[in-house]
Design a protein around this ligand. Structure first.
Ligand SMILES: [Zn+2]
Length: 126
């Protein structure tokens, strides 16, 4: 997957303007981070856009960025590509809804928890 190295590159990668349509597939709105059961992710309609993970960094930071006092799971939380969890995300495009989606895997103990969030271009910050 192509590496997307900055918020500017991320905005460029979302070339088709996100029309912010209501989701018509099994993912639902997912304005904030949600655990993703695999059956909700229909591979036939998902196209990979790129990865925010820097291949030259072995352990990406777990620091989050919330200049407006939001939290990890806030619906209004900004998308800061160099900060957790965005620095571990893949960017996908759903052909059916014409939306972009962020996806990463949260590892907690023995649990592997894939998570998904809609990528709202207006929320991208440096
Ligand atoms: Zn969709």
């Amino acid at each position: 997957m192509k590496h997307i190295a900055s918020s500017a590159e991320l905005k460029t990668a979302l070339a088709s303007p996100n029309k912010r349509q209501v989701c018509r597939c099994a993912l639902g709105a997912c304005a904030g981070w949600e655990s993703l059961a695999e059956y909700r992710w229909d591979k036939t309609q998902m196209r990979p856009v790129g990865s925010l993970r820097d291949p030259s960094i072995e352990e990406p930071t777990l620091e989050e960025k919330h200049p407006q006092g939001t939290r990890y799971d806030s619906l209004e939380a900004p998308v800061a590509p160099l900060f957790f969890p965005y620095n571990q995300c893949e960017v996908w495009h759903c052909e059916r809804c014409d939306r972009h989606l962020l996806r990463y895997t949260e590892f907690g103990g023995y649990n592997v928890d894939p998570r998904v969030r809609e990528l709202d271009p207006d929320k991208i910050i440096d």
